[in-house]
Design a binder for this molecule. Structure first.
Ligand code: ATP
Length: 629
């Protein structure tokens, strides 16, 4: 028993070493890089709690804060919650933090943008001057870019204050875009003594979680700041180079660190069962050879690799695999048919979840428009909220005969029942009657479990004037005849174009999409689940379906050969798509606590099998080939 305790707690000393760095009398910096599930986030929270106890009062009096930079808003919320909402901690994403630093420096921002635009315009004009044909697409696009940049330059003096939303698209004239905010903050930290003083005075401690993926420009600036202000500034980096999966991160972050930076190591993995840890140790073996140890009380656990022929019905394959896994693991929660089914399925791209959950027709056209992507994924798109936040709850209230809820939604959103409308109205009874008729007309579309398409719902509401139509959808709602207008408007806006297709989907797709957005969705992306953990994980792999270009599982598993570019990168010691994919695979597999199923679709089943066996990732009895169902 005593041995077990020593084993599991072998890394416990690290927390006090880290806390020691934060002592205000003698600040030091550290770099805690350790594998998945080694308790980095836990260490971060532990030292924050201890810091609050020792320095909380002092920091509040002196109006100082510890800045904690996380990769996502969700991670920020988690740390805020776990550090008990203490006001001395400012937990935010890198974009929010950077914006907070620069937002009051309007004149300096203007000068930076002017100088940047001057360089960009000069560069474009030089290229344009060399163009052999000014009428080809590239040259025409370049000409447009030059005009728009010149326009922005001319408008800069009219801007009183810049705006920026770290979670938005920032398309107004006075807004900064995401990369500008990062570059401006980095440039101010590097070059402005005042900014360096403000930063160190307000935030004597900056801690960065997932620093392997944090914008490299800013990480470099923090290193510079550390070199300048060592006596009054502490920089703490948490991360794992094996989990660097975005191109924004600094390559080889762990190399050439300042000599006085503390670099503690952790060797435990507190998260996963033994077999899963052996697998992830093997995946990183030829990258840096770091090996983790499981906790002594952990079970063996299960990993299983299903090699599936492309072209099979994926829903059927994956359902069958869930049943098969429940047998292999003797855990009924794997079984899709069981009431207690609880498996996290990791897909590569959101549209793979859309296909599996039944909202692909509505999702795909909108997802293709880059301006709509963020809002579509986080559910903040206002034109979409019309369906998800107004119509869907209304229809659900109708279906469950919840008159109270129905009245509440109508009162809140209806144009006809607005207080001001009713006040002005000569005959309120007629208005209420009109509302009832509008509702009946809308619900008639859903009679007998019918699922109308979204266009029918939109047109119905526009006609009855029950609710105001979002601005983006108005041109479509106003159209008399879709077919005529399609041919008449050649140069139609890409957003309207996308909505034109999306609106042809049945309303049931909105229901499914709404479930996907909610916390309890059983899907996550390989990238998006960084930092999280689940008992049972199914990793779905299909490069063709994902249609991305950053990752290639086919190459990682030997189903496809290397391209000449890959060969060239390899020769030059540069990173290849295989390296990136291996790290993504490591992140995905290391989310599993108890058992893990990999489901890989491929055209080359035998090559996949021999690759995953020859690099010792899977044993023969852990591999199953599914050619048909
Ligand atoms: N010292 C410990 N004793 C017991 N459980 C621990 C310990 N450290 C971490 N854990 C547990 O192990 C799991 C992983 O911890 P944590 O999320 O902090 O790891 P991480 O290094 O941040 O992981 P990743 O890099 O994979 O996101 C969590 O469930 C956490 O509660």
């Amino acid at each position: 028993m005593a041995i077990q305790t020593i084993d599991n707690n072998i890394d416990n000393g690290v927390d006090s070493e880290l806390f020691d760095c934060l002592k205000l009398e003698s600040p030091k910096s550290f770099f805690l890089f350790a594998g998945a599930g080694s308790g980095k986030t836990r260490s971060l929270v532990n030292i924050l709690r201890e810091f609050e106890q020792k320095y909380g009062k002092q920091f509040r009096l002196e109006r100082k804060k510890v800045a904690i930079i996380t990769y996502t808003n969700a991670a920020a919320d988690e740390i805020i919650h776990r550090s008990e909402h203490s006001s001395i901690f400012q937990v935010s994403t890198i974009h929010s933090f950077a914006w907070g630093l620069i937002k009051n420096f309007t004149n300096d921002i203007k000068s930076w943008i002017k100088s940047n635009l001057t360089d960009e315009i000069a560069d474009l004009e030089e290229k344009q001057a060399k163009s052999k044909n000014l009428q080809n697409k590239t040259s025409l696009d370049r000409a447009k870019k030059i005009t728009s940049k010149k326009k922005r330059y001319a408008n800069l003096d009219n801007i009183v204050k810049f705006t920026y939303n770290p979670n938005g698209d920032n398309i107004t004239k006075d807004s900064l875009n995401h990369s500008e905010v990062i570059s401006i903050a980095a440039s101010f930290i590097d070059n402005k003594a005042l900014m360096q003083d403000i930063l160190v005075c307000k935030y004597p401690i900056v801690l960065i979680d997932e620093s392997q993926d944090t914008k490299k420009e800013l990480v470099d600036s923090f290193f510079q700041l550390y070199n300048r202000k060592k006596d009054s500034f502490s920089l703490g980096l948490f991360g794992d180079t094996m989990q660097r999966i975005y191109s924004d991160g600094k390559e080889k972050l762990g190399e050439n660190l300042p000599a006085d930076m503390l670099q503690p190591a952790k060797i435990m993995n507190h998260r996963s069962n033994k077999r899963i840890i052996r697998l992830i140790n093997n995946i990183r073996k030829d990258v840096d050879g770091q090996e983790q140890r499981p906790r002594t009380e952990k079970a063996e656990g299960v990993v299983h690799f299903f090699i599936c022929s492309r072209g099979l019905d994926k829903n059927e394959v994956e359902n069958d695999i869930s049943v098969r896994m429940s047998k292999i693991t003797e855990d009924s929660k794997w079984d899709i048919g069981s009431e207690e089914h609880e498996v996290k399925t990791l897909i590569l791209e959101h549209h793979m979840a859309a296909r599996r959950m039944g909202f692909i027709n509505f999702f795909e056209p909108l997802y293709r428009v880059s301006k709509l992507k963020t809002g579509l994924l986080d559910g903040s798109l206002s034109s979409l909220n019309f369906f998800t936040k107004t119509i869907l709850p209304l229809v659900k209230a109708y279906e469950s005969d919840d008159k109270f809820e129905l009245a509440r939604i109508v009162k809140k959103n209806s144009r006809l029942l607005k207080k001001e409308t009713l006040k002005k109205s000569e005959n309120q009874i007629v208005d209420i009657q009109k509302t009832n008729e509008a509702l009946s007309s809308l619900f008639s579309l859903f009679k007998d479990s019918n699922e109308p398409n979204l266009l029918a719902v939109l047109k119905n509401i526009h006609k009855s004037q029950l609710f105001p139509i979002p601005e983006t959808l108005l041109p479509i709602a106003l159209r008399e005849d879709r077919a005529v207008s399609d041919s008449a408007e050649e140069n139609i806006d890409e957003i309207i174009n996308a909505w034109d297709s999306a609106l042809l989907s049945p309303f049931s797709e909105i229901r499914n999409y709404d479930v996907y957005l909610s916390e309890d969705s059983k899907f996550g992306t390989h990238q998006g689940v960084k930092g999280l953990e689940y008992d049972r994980v199914m990793v779905i792999i299909d490069d063709e379906e994902a249609s991305g270009f950053m990752f290639s599982y086919d190459k990682l598993f030997g189903a496809k050969g290397l391209t000449t570019t890959d060969e060239k990168n390899l020769d030059e010691g540069k990173e290849t798509g295989i390296d990136r994919t291996k790290r993504l695979f490591y992140v995905a597999c290391s989310r599993a606590k108890e058992s893990l199923a990999i489901v890989a679709y491929t055209d080359n089943m035998e090559s996949v099998k021999s690759t995953i066996m020859s690099n010792n990732w899977f044993e023969e009895n852990e591999i199953e080939m599914i050619k048909e169902i």
